[in-house]
Design a protein around this ligand. Structure first.
Ligand code: ZN
Length: 257
């Protein structure tokens, strides 16, 4: 077993292409890729990202994927405008090409969760697959106890729970410690008998202060948090050329915030 686990592509082709190259260099193919959702939302290349994701071993549904095929409920104006533009780009009508219809059906049909080899995969959280965030701050408790939210989430999977959604990579232990990849030198040995929540970070819109694309390689024993350089300026330029996308979406890519 060796998987590349990626999440939150957010229609950023430049970041995705560099990550795919890094994955190939590790001897893996698209059939070894597990994607935890948010193919679309924010970025300039929704159709291209969905097209590539069709070839992955597994792809789950994120809140932005859901919003594009349904409705953008609870989104801030900036995210909603992007979702509305993505829908206009992706939604086929009767004269549309077959490829466009297949892409739309793929996006509509993405599953919310999946378990493989005692690993549970979900975009947000086992309690609310696409919407709930498991944040770094949720791990803290004034009395030093394990917060009930964390305890409840840990009761819902067997061994490892892989998530995305927050764009903040790290490992959460059962005693509610959030460990950042920076503290781990990028890699983490996984005990076979200890449960963990693993946030794989974001390919297309990192928010942990590092503008490089982020993903995880897992071989059954070790988590390898990878950071991949790409040219966020190129993605930003594309965003500036699309009036429906707020320039701030491009700006934040430069800083990883
Ligand atoms: Zn996201």
């Amino acid at each position: 077993m060796k998987w590349a686990i990626i999440s939150d592509l957010h229609a950023n082709m430049e970041a995705l292409e560099h990550v795919l190259k890094d994955i190939r260099n590790e001897g893996l193919t698209k059939q070894d890729i597990i994607c935890l959702g948010d193919l679309v939302g924010y970025g300039p290349n929704p159709a291209e990202c969905v097209e590539i994701a069709k070839e992955f071993r597994l792809c789950l549904k994120g809140n932005h994927d859901e919003a594009v095929v349904n409705e953008a409920l609870g989104f801030n104006p900036l995210a909603r405008e992007a979702v509305d533009w993505h829908r206009s780009q992706l939604k086929p009508y009767w004269l549309s090409s077959k490829a466009k219809k297949i892409r739309w059906d793929f996006l509509k049909g993405l599953p919310a969760t999946k378990t493989e080899e005692r690993c549970y995969f979900v975009h947000g959280s086992p309690r609310d697959p696409t919407m709930e965030y498991i944040l770094r701050a949720d791990c803290e408790d004034l009395l030093g106890e394990v917060p009930s939210k964390i305890k409840d989430i840990f009761s819902r999977f067997e061994w490892l729970c892989f998530v995305g959604h927050t764009h903040d990579p790290g490992v959460i232990t059962e005693n509610s410690k959030f460990v950042s990849p920076r503290d781990l030198n990028g890699s983490f040995e996984v005990p076979p008998d200890k449960k963990l929540i693993v946030n794989v970070g974001s390919v297309g819109q990192p928010r942990d202060g590092d503008n490089r694309a982020c993903y995880v390689i897992f071989d059954g024993k070790k988590l390898d948090f990878r950071r991949v350089e790409y040219d966020p300026q190129a993605t930003r330029q594309k965003i500036l050329g699309i009036p429906e996308l707020d320039p701030r979406i491009g700006e934040r890519l430069l800083y990883g915030r």
